[in-house]
Design a protein around this ligand. Structure first.
Ligand code: NA7
Length: 530
């Protein structure tokens, strides 16, 4: 690393950090990216578990800031697999010559605001200290793995993995007895593949989850060509939808449709595959009875597919569909028909212990050679709070966020001048297609820094009033949706002791973008600049 003083230090070299660097460089700012891994790609660098794949279609889960890039890159499948997305991230890094300003294998441990100098002092695990006028946290929403403490884990003599920290060389489960803990998206993607390899697979399920088929396959070249002929149109349609994804939405109420009309609509969307399922009716996420009709349909599918009625029953979720993040799978339910797969329901009694030879649950010992923790992440706040971030008067972010994250627009925090978060809590982030959300945040931050430079200003910080108003608004909007009603990682329920606050902004991408634009049009309304 040459030099230690920068205009901007960016933490993280995932898609957010990479694009932030590209923008800042283009504007003549000096910037340095610090990245814990030894390569770019963030989420797609770490999550190398079998079957890892993006649930947003590949033609949409990609950068749009460079038309050349989106024209020249070719995706191979409808939903891109992790290795291909990682190749794409590396291609972006090479194409825009990003690596020379990225320091790899460098984990940031602290960031403290020096009030006298209006600069951030950033320290790394390796003992380096950097200073920067601005600090941008591009640390990701799902990047701090959740590793539950289960008694006896250290005594286990077999191999232990976490889906979010998968070995780069891969894992061969051939002939092995494998236990998977968790049935979230990572588990649902990896279980069908691990089941084909392992001698025996035991799935420890605390809460059954909804998943719909992906119907993945090779990307139709004609479709790819048609999109590229007018990519802007697809991008614009996507951005006009709440999730920033081009999906077909049906505004009609599920309750105004006849049972036969509903069945037809759900069948069509089940056949189409993916998130479009939740666009079947306009009120699915707002009216419990409407949601029940979609949930019943999926439970019916589980009963049709899974041959053992007791297993089908245990796999059937009872909660609101779409409340936890809907999963998209390839052969998940079918996997439970395999003779080498056993569902272990730990919903009534948590896993009792991990022993030297396996997992003890429901009074029984399951002998295992390997345990896979598919137990998710300390979402949205975890990666930020694992860094000791201190603002004015030495206030720690973890103290400010003791009762849940507070920010203005998920972009900046009162008391933490010149610090930005990309897709931070309080922004649409994980409820949207991350790539356009990342681009929108990066562009907003870049414009803000350009504005400050033009005005000869050194400091920007949201006011407490603006922050409080945004937090209150985000909470009110969340209350309208059924999404805030269950124990999901959106509300921090998966982490013991984490405050229960609905963290992402649920008002939708278009409304959020409009608000961000209005803030700028009104001279950075809600921010104090100096
Ligand atoms: P998730 O969706 O948080 O899933 C984690 C799973 O692990 C979930 O089924 C949890 O059950 C389960 N879990 C967590 N802790 C335990 C313990 N202690 N015992 C048993 N089971 C446990 O993480 P993913 O990695 O699958 O997906 C995260 C996001 O990445 C996903 O939503 C997409 O946006 C991409 P629970 O439901 O909490 O009862």
């Amino acid at each position: 690393m040459s030099g230690t003083d920068f205009d901007v230090v960016i933490v993280g070299a995932g898609f957010a950090g990479m694009y932030m660097l590209h923008r800042l460089r283009g504007m003549g700012f000096s910037a340095r990216v610090l990245e814990a891994g030894d390569g770019v790609g963030g989420t797609w660098y770490w999550n190398r578990y079998p079957g890892a794949r993006c649930d947003v279609e590949s033609m949409q889960y990609s950068f749009q800031f460079s038309d050349e890039l989106q024209q020249q890159w070719n995706w191979s499948e409808r939903y891109a697999p992790q290795p291909e997305i990682l190749r794409y991230a590396n291609h972006v890094a090479d194409r825009f010559d990003l690596r020379r300003d990225i320091t790899f294998n460098t984990r940031v441990t602290s960031a403290a605001f020096d009030e006298a100098a209006d600069r951030w002092i950033i320290e790394t695990a390796g003992g380096a200290t950097l200073s920067a006028r601005f600090c941008v946290m591009a640390t990701g929403c799902l990047s701090a793995p959740n590793k539950p403490t289960i008694e006896g884990l250290e005594s286990f003599r077999g191999a232990v993995y976490h889906t979010g920290e998968w070995p780069h060389e891969g894992v061969d489960f051939s002939g092995k007895r494998v236990g998977v803990i968790g049935t979230g998206s990572s588990a649902i993607q990896s279980i069908p593949i691990m089941a084909r390899q392992a001698a025996q697979l035991f799935v420890f399920q605390r809460t059954p989850n909804y998943t719909v088929p992906a119907h993945n396959g090779p990307l139709d070249p004609a479709y790819q060509k048609a999109v590229k002929a007018d990519y802007a149109r697809l991008r614009a349609r996507a951005k006009s939808n709440p999730g920033g994804i081009d999906l077909s939405f049906n505004d009609r109420s599920a309750l105004s449709a006849t049972p036969e009309e509903r069945r037809r609509e759900y069948e069509a969307r089940w056949a189409e595959g993916g998130f479009a399922f939740m666009g079947a009716f306009g009120d699915l996420m707002f009216v419990q009875e409407a949601n029940d009709t979609a949930a019943d349909f999926v439970r019916g599918k589980i009963r049709e597919i899974v041959k053992d009625p007791a297993v089908a029953e245990a796999l059937s979720p009872r909660n609101v569909i779409g409340c936890k993040r809907l999963c998209v799978d390839t052969g998940y339910w079918e996997t439970f028909n395999r003779p080498n797969v056993t569902l272990v329901d730990v919903s009534d009694r948590p896993i009792e212990a991990i022993t030297a030879t396996g997992v003890r649950a429901n009074g029984r010992d399951y002998e295992l050679d390997a345990i896979v923790f598919a137990t998710g992440f300390d979402a949205m706040t975890g990666a930020l709070l694992r860094i000791d971030i201190r603002g004015v008067h030495g206030q720690a972010l973890k103290d400010k966020w003791r009762e849940g994250p507070k920010s203005y627009l998920g972009l900046a925090m009162a008391g933490f001048p010149n610090l930005f978060t990309i897709t931070g809590p309080g922004s649409p982030s994980v409820l949207t297609n991350m790539l356009p959300s990342i681009e929108q945040h990066v562009d907003w931050i870049a414009d803000c820094l350009a504005y400050l430079r033009r005005q000869g200003l050194k400091r920007v910080e949201p006011s407490r009033e603006a922050e409080e108003a945004w937090v209150a608004h985000a909470r009110d909007v969340a209350g309208i949706s059924l999404r805030a009603t269950c124990s999901s990682w959106y509300v921090g329920a998966n982490i013991p002791g984490k405050p229960r606050v609905f963290m992402p902004y649920i008002g939708g991408f278009p409304a959020y973008v409009q608000k961000c634009q209005q803030v700028v049009a009104n001279g950075y309304e809600g921010f104090t600049v100096a």
